[in-house]
Design a protein around this ligand. Sequence first.
Ligand SMILES: Nc1ncnc2c1ncn2[C@@H]1O[C@H](COP(=O)(O)OP(=O)(O)O)[C@@H](O)[C@H]1O
Ligand SMILES: [Mg+2]
Length: 427
Amino acid sequence: MLRTLNSFAVDLIQIRSEDDLFWHVAQNVVGRLNFVDCVIYQVDQTQTCLRQVAAWGDKNPFGRSIINPLIIPFGKGITGRVAQSGKPVIVDDLLRSQNYIPDTQPARSEICVPLLSRGRVVGVIDSEHPDPGAFGEAELGLLTTVAAMTSAKLDLLGEARRSAERYRDLVASHAQLTEEIAMRKALEARLFEARRMESIGKLTGRLAHEFNNLLTVILGNLDFLEFDRTGPNADRSLYDARTAAERGARLMRDMLAFAQKSRLNPIRLDLNAEVAAFQAGQPHSVAQRLDLSLAQGLWPIAADAAAIESVLLNLVENALDAMPEGGQVRITTENLLHNMADSMGQGMDILPGRHVRLTLSDSGVGIPADRLGQIFDPFFTSKPVGAGTGLGLSIVRGFTQQLGGTVTVMSEPGKGTSFQLTFPAIS
Ligand SMILES: Nc1ncnc2c1ncn2[C@@H]1O[C@H](COP(=O)(O)OP(=O)(O)O)[C@@H](O)[C@H]1O
Ligand SMILES: [Mg+2]
């Protein structure tokens, strides 16, 4: 019998649904354990009734279908009493019991055991016999064991169902999240595209405007020269036309630099050498206004020589523009060792470690505090039409940030301005 119970338990492992479980148990209580019949009831959702879920035996010759599916209220009949009390019951002679609810065929004795899960009744297993006194301790032991196995399997199936539901929920919320992320990305892309179109529009408009002005100047002067090639104003017209054409060339160069911001090719550079070469490449009138103070043993940086030249050119031009009455531009380089406290104390974006700092100071008009926030914006210029493109500082910041550096500006209106560029040093 122990072997039978054991193989019964092993078979339970395969079962995947409550329905299969109930029918398997009913069938085996009859087939393997030699009970005459077996009916299984499950407690319904209201927790007040038993509902017949499987039946095996003479009463049920058609396999998996219940001829007369009974609903039994708790407390009513023998099964109802077992459901209510949670205790097994054996009735020796049904003819003498008021509790008997006759099924399709009359019987004389009955045994009923509860299915318990965590101390709660979830159903009952019931068996009847045509003879009186058919059930004793042995049958009670057997059926109680079967009930315990069935309850354990029911718990497992419930747990599996709940975890499958949890998994489904998880998959659903994951899908929802993925969808939301995709939506947000699409939105960001649209926003980015809108901004891009806006800045391209701004750029094109501004460029057309600038070029129109320059062409007006050039054409006007050419018209004049056509009239009078030798008069006293001819030289002046030539000069004006040439200056306007040079401004056009300069504008193109800035635009190209602005457009090529993403194509830097950093190599190991000595910033001092770049500054010195820059000064040497300037016309005398500019070179003599540059005051260099270059630190000895300056650490090398990873940079692009053309980018550094462009940065210096733009900063120097701005400084000279800011000092129409003359004055020196001071260019300083130095090594900078940043510790954590420095970085935090100054509220700067500079990481702790070794850096090289380039400072460019003038004693010019300075920048009003309310303009400081705009000067790096593309096309922001305070200069008259034709004099500034408003791209210089955009280029400076773009290049510096691409090289891993930072730009800060300090200015005192009427006293001067100082731009500080910091680049990470390499070994
Ligand atoms: N050294 C400086 N002194 C005073 N103002 C400056 C200085 N550098 C930049 N600025 C201000 O920042 C603005 C933007 O500079 P920039 O981007 O180079 O464009 P642009 O020189 O064509 O105007 C300038 O128009 C000016 O108002
Ligand atoms: Mg400029």
